[in-house]
Design a protein around this ligand. Structure first.
Ligand code: 13P
Ligand code: SF4
Length: 305
């Protein structure tokens, strides 16, 4: 891509945004060129909140599919477009609605709490949703003696269970980026080489990792922590780290693992954003019956957030 064509695309994106009354939402893991043209960049909860509050006629979502679906559930009258059709979240696909039905049969009388990283069909079969930033709060809000079925992320479920002392049965899903590419060895190396740094990790990391960290938080909570601290090692996808290094050039920010790259989050290019706005392709369509049920679990979460 030449510098000129990049400039043309950025200017066209700006013009089309105004003409079409469109809002561009981007997740913290997106490449910097995409974050730079977005109206708002944030974590899953913030992006859902922005989608629910906007008056825009069109939302161009730069992230992965479940995030664009959540935006569509919250703004059914807006045209919601996923800027890269191939961007999915493999963890969200680790449980199907059929599997969830079976799981519920094995544990009748329990409450199903689903991580927002899930399909609309799974959300429709769940009682309430959560994101990584409010999982603890949502579990705390549920009746004391309830057994909670947490799907699909075993690590976030385990983290929230530890914090709340509730009876939580987790589905064995996981995010490969956090579960497999951020290790105990990475923490041990960081402690040895940078003893005066704090270590903050995302709760999708394994319990062995998050129990060794100083702090655990969502991508927004990590960003908030960096705002207040100068020497930090971050255990999450590298897109957030790139953003924070630009925002805070004088802070010492290190990545716990350079292998933590979400290929799905990296599929969206500036050209994709430009073409999506121009051609209005990759529209998110959700069957009305499923949307109605899924929205209930999202709204229950938003009311408590
Ligand atoms: P956040 O809600 O913390 O941004 O996380 C979303 C995600 O997909 C993490 O892998
Ligand atoms: Fe899904 Fe993991 Fe990528 Fe987040 S980082 S979108 S959980 S695969």
């Amino acid at each position: 891509m030449t510098e000129l064509s990049e400039k043309i695309m950025i200017n066209t994106i700006k013009r089309l945004k105004k003409e079409k009354n469109a809002l561009i939402l981007a997740h913290n893991y997106q490449i910097m060129e995409v974050q730079d043209v977005a109206d708002f960049v944030g974590d899953s909860l913030e992006l859902a909140q922005k989608a629910s509050q906007t008056d825009a006629k069109m939302i161009v979502f730069c992230g992965v599919k479940f995030m664009a679906e959540t935006a569509k559930l919250l703004k059914p009258n807006a045209k919601v477009l996923l800027s890269q059709n191939e961007a999915g979240c493999p963890m969200a696909d680790m449980i199907t609605s059929k599997q969830l039905e079976e799981f519920k049969k094995e544990h009748p009388q329990s409450t199903v709490l689903c991580y927002v990283n899930s399909s609309v069909e799974v959300k429709a079969e769940s009682d309430i949703c959560c994101t990584s930033s409010n999982a603890v709060k949502i579990i705390e809000s549920l009746p004391k003696d309830n057994t909670i079925l947490f799907v699909p992320d075993q690590n976030l479920g385990t983290f929230a269970a530890q914090k709340t002392n509730k009876n939580v049965i987790v589905w064995k899903g996981f995010c490969r980026v956090h579960h497999s590419f951020i290790s105990v060895q990475d923490i041990e190396n960081a402690r040895e080489n940078f003893p005066d740094y704090k270590i903050i990790v995302h709760p999708e990391c394994s319990p062995e990792v998050f129990n060794l960290a100083d702090i655990v938080g969502s991508t927004k909570q990590i960003a908030d922590y960096i705002a207040e601290n100068d020497k930090v090692i971050i255990g999450t996808e590298i897109g957030l780290i790139a953003q924070l290094r630009i925002k805070y050039p004088n802070k010492k920010i290190r990545s716990l693992s350079d292998k933590a790259i979400c290929i799905n989050m990296k599929k969206t290019s500036l050209r994709d954003v430009f073409l999506t706005l121009l051609e209005e392709n990759n529209e998110i369509i959700i069957e009305e019956k499923i949307a109605k049920k899924a929205l209930k679990s999202i709204n229950r979460m938003l009311q408590l957030s």
